[in-house]
Design a protein around this ligand. Structure first.
Ligand code: NAD
Length: 488
């Protein structure tokens, strides 16, 4: 059966695939600027129906209590999606502009396989804990804790790693026994809509348990974050939108889980292999055109090696020119849209007004008049207080900053409103440990270490977010705790 829509994809509401009340909207291939197809354009009224369906499914079915059935459904979803993997890969490259090499990892195959981790967790989790007996107020009681599904989850996601982020919400929320309304980004509706189609047609997931609402209108996401029938809003996106989501959620005091922006530091210590560190930093920021919240976009190097580090990083970045994302050798594809490209180019112009030097890149690549491509760009000569060192650019742009020793490097890393991720490169384990302990972020990579995995919680300190996604911690975001006491 073909998965890719001939025309428009549909919404999934209450177990039915339906058109959007707002008609359809176009999906643009960011590498070619051609129209890939259309997606159903939901209105606030469609969102209302989806929330009602999720509420009814939660309140009137045994979904939240039948752990084994949920595990079965999640494995069905994983297996069915794996059966469509090549079509999904094609869509992901066309809609997201994701380099094909990433689709065997976090852009597609990784998060689909990870549904199995959450299915296992539904079965193995300790849903009840015996707290034994105690004598509160002199009366003997036996006590236990029950963990229960939190209710209806509103999942709002961005466009940069759509499958990774959609499944990091759907997987644990369904495994926990919640019902879900997924509202993907307007730029990447098919990545979500096709999952809805597979769930409806090829799994036993009951009607209303998973709803997928694509829309070109951000207000449809706003309606989800403010609706009192929703118990948890799980949001990934920019810090600016995250603030609005939290304010909207405050009205009905719903639980708010936020994965937001980052401006992570890559710290190079003076005993590090400078060439390896610089080439890793360059590769990291150029991958998927820098559109990753956890990417290390500030390279912080010993002041005495600043010039050498600039030369090494410049050469590495210049060797990673943007290309067709469908090509196996491409590391840097396009950015998602003309708006995003212009935003990134605007930051490069801003760097110049802040006294920055463009060491390589700085514009659109020659010979690519179609597609939203930006040259890998290295900025030197600014300090950490500049806007290009403080604000999230979300393009293949790296700012290189000098430090005066390990403590100064830690201070620079922490001088940010964000605290999402980071990296350190060095030789002495004690000094590396001091940096890891000193930097206030949710993840740290040591000498190129990779923390990304289904069982590793991911999330931020400070204005990078609230809560953790993936792992047991990510699963428990979707649970409530009930304490039960009986006179013994
Ligand atoms: P965005 O904040 O513009 O949009 C994210 C989602 O929120 C979209 O689905 C959008 O339609 C919806 N939305 C917009 N306004 C809303 C409102 N008022 N109420 C409710 N929903 C609303 O983000 P983006 O441009 O799609 O994605 C890029 C951003 O996402 C970057 O800042 C990046 O750092 C962040 N991000 C963070 C993580 C993380 O895990 N920390 C992961 C990926 C991306």
């Amino acid at each position: 059966m073909g998965l890719k829509p001939e025309g428009s994809s549909e919404l999934l509401i209450g177990g039915k695939l339906v058109p959007g009340s707002g008609g359809t909207f176009d999906i643009v291939n960011p590498a070619t600027e051609e129209i890939v197809g259309q997606a159903a354009d939901a209105t606030v009224a469609d969102m209302d129906d989806a929330i009602a369906a999720a509420r009814t499914a939660f309140d009137t079915t045994s979904w939240s209590r039948d752990h084994a059935f949920r595990a079965t459904c999640l494995r069905q979803l994983r297996d069915a999606l794996q059966g469509h993997i090549e079509e999904l890969r094609e869509v992901t490259i066309a809609e997201v502009g994701a380099p094909v090499f990433l689709t065997s990892g976090p852009q597609l195959e990784g998060p689909i396989a990870d549904l199995g981790y959450f299915a296992d967790l539904a079965e193995s989790y300790e849903w009840e804990t015996d707290l034994g007996e105690a004598k509160p107020m002199g009366i003997k009681n036996s006590r236990r804790l029950q963990r229960e599904a939190a209710g209806v989850v509103g999942a709002i996601t961005p466009w940069n790693f759509p499958h990774q982020i959609n499944f990091a919400k759907i997987g644990p929320a369904l495994a926990a026994g919640c019902t879900v309304v997924l509202k993907p980004a307007p730029d990447t509706p098919w990545c979500a809509a096709l999952v809805g189609k597979v769930a409806a047609e090829e799994t036993d997931i009951p009607d209303g348990v998973l709803n997928v609402v694509t829309s070109s209108d951000h207000q449809v996401g706003a309606a989800l974050s403010s609706d009192p029938r929703v118990d948890v809003v799980s949001f990934t996106g920019s810090t600016a939108t995250g603030r609005k989501v939290m304010a909207a959620a405050a009205e009905s005091l719903k639980r708010c889980f936020l994965e937001l922006g980052g401006k992570s530091a890559f710290i190079v210590l003076d005993d590090a292999d400078l060439a390896s560190a610089c080439s890793m930093a360059a590769f990291g920021v150029v991958t998927h055109a820098g559109q990753g919240c956890a990417m290390t976009t500030r390279l912080v190097v010993p002041r005495e090696k600043y010039d050498e580090a600039i030369a090494l990083t410049r050469d590495s970045m210049a060797g990673l020119q943007p290309g067709d994302p469908a090509n196996k050798g491409t590391v840097c594809g396009p950015v998602i849209s003309a708006v995003q490209r212009d935003r990134v180019l605007g930051y490069i112009e801003l760097a110049k007004t802040e006294g920055g030097v463009i060491e390589t890149g700085g514009g659109r690549p020659a010979g690519r008049d179609k597609g939203f491509f930006v040259e890998p760009t290295l900025i030197s000569g600014v300090d950490n207080s500049s806007r290009v060192a403080q604000e999230e650019i979300f393009g293949p742009v790296l700012v290189i900053l000098p430090h005066d020793g390990d403590d100064d490097a830690i201070a620079i890393a922490n001088d940010s409103i964000y605290g999402l991720s980071g990296a350190v490169w060095g030789t002495d384990p004690d000094r590396i440990r001091k940096v890891v302990d000193g930097v206030r972020t949710g993840t740290m990579a040591v000498n190129g270490g990779i923390w990304y995995a289904a069982d590793v919680p991911f999330g931020g300190y400070k204005q990078s977010g609230i809560g953790r996604e993936m792992g047991v911690a990510g699963f428990e975001e979707y649970l409530e705790t009930k304490a039960v006491a009986t006179p013994a």
